[in-house]
Design a protein around this ligand. Structure first.
Ligand SMILES: NC(=O)c1ccc[n+]([C@@H]2O[C@H](COP(=O)([O-])OP(=O)(O)OC[C@H]3O[C@@H](n4cnc5c(N)ncnc54)[C@H](O)[C@@H]3O)[C@@H](O)[C@H]2O)c1
Length: 264
């Protein structure tokens, strides 16, 4: 049975990805800084094969322990999904060094250490696949998100470099770049008053937020063990990054939002 490790698996994209990969026949090792008992019990009740290890991925000691435990208990990982991340909405000139370092540590340094630890297992075996969850904020600038955007741009750079370095040794590394998704992260960010549903919906050609399951499907597609896709950063954004139109033009050309698919 193939083994996938998913970080940030307690909720949102990580939980949806754990469920989808388990449904696709993987044994999924869920990991998160939060407890995972309830999620594990729910997903296992469907007959899926999963286990869980809680810990903080910004602690390099935990990353080493996690990789050793997966090697010992599961024979190593075939797939790593670096999904865990935190957001920060703050003007650049007010972002403190502590805020900057926390975002870079969780969103960029931790995925690097996880790639190293699990990449070694994959390189030894001569096969494996890593999917990093970046963002459209890794492809373009977004105001008031300096640390977050820098971390996601860095994650895409890490993805491309590891894809080049490890592709010839059987390990592929790709990224997904979601647009705004309806998850707890979005609820927290929106709760701060930084933006509204309409701000996002008006900007997206497909006129809605992404769903966690849609991002999970893109992750599962890139994760397949014998693919030829390597080093890409795949937008899952309803057309956001391809669209340089102004809002009024985009909205004018839409059909009225009457069908269910146009709702959140
Ligand atoms: N929600 C969005 O609109 C959006 C858009 C683009 C990209 N993303 C990215 O998608 C990924 C998942 O986002 P989400 O919306 O599901 O977020 P979320 O906040 O709902 O879930 C993130 C998970 O990561 C875990 N986590 C955070 N810090 C951790 C740490 N130090 N160690 C271990 N686990 C930790 C949290 O406990 C949580 O379960 C993130 O990398 C995020 O940056 C989200």
């Amino acid at each position: 049975m193939k083994v996938a490790v998913v970080t940030g698996a307690a909720q949102g994209v990580g939980l949806a990805t754990s469920e989808l990969l388990a449904d696709s026949g993987y044994h999924v090792v869920m990991t998160d800084v939060q407890p995972l008992d309830d999620q594990l019990a729910n997903l296992r009740s469907g007959g899926r094969q999963l286990s869980a290890i809680s810990g903080d991925i910004s602690d390099s000691g935990f990353v080493s322990e996690l990789a050793s435990k997966v090697q010992r208990d599961n024979g190593g990982a075939d797939t790593l999904v670096n999904n865990a991340g935190i957001s920060l909405i703050c003007p650049a000139e007010e972002t403190s060094i502590d805020q900057w370092q926390q975002v870079i540590s969780i969103n960029l340094t931790a995925p690097f250490l996880l790639c190293q630890a699990f990449g070694k297992q994959m390189l030894d075996r001569g096969s494996g696949s890593i999917v990093n969850v970046a963002s459209i904020a890794g492809l373009h600038g977004v105001i008031h998100r300096t640390a977050y955007n820098a971390s996601k741009h860095g994650l895409i750079g890490l993805t491309r470099t590891l894809a080049a370095e490890w592709g010839g040794r059987g390990v592929r590394v790709n990224a997904v770049c979601p647009g705004w998704i309806k998850t707890e992260m979005d609820a927290r960010d929106m709760g701060s008053g930084a933006y509204s549903d309409d701000d996002i919906i008006n900007r997206v050609p497909q006129a809605r937020f992404a769903r966690p399951q849609e991002v999970a499907r893109a992750i599962a597609f890139l994760a397949e063990s014998d693919g030829f896709i390597n080093g890409v950063s795949l937008p899952v954004d309803g057309g956001w990054t391809g669209d340089a139109s102004w809002d009024a033009l985009r909205i004018k050309t839409r059909r009225p939002a009457t069908s269910d698919e146009n709702k959140l």
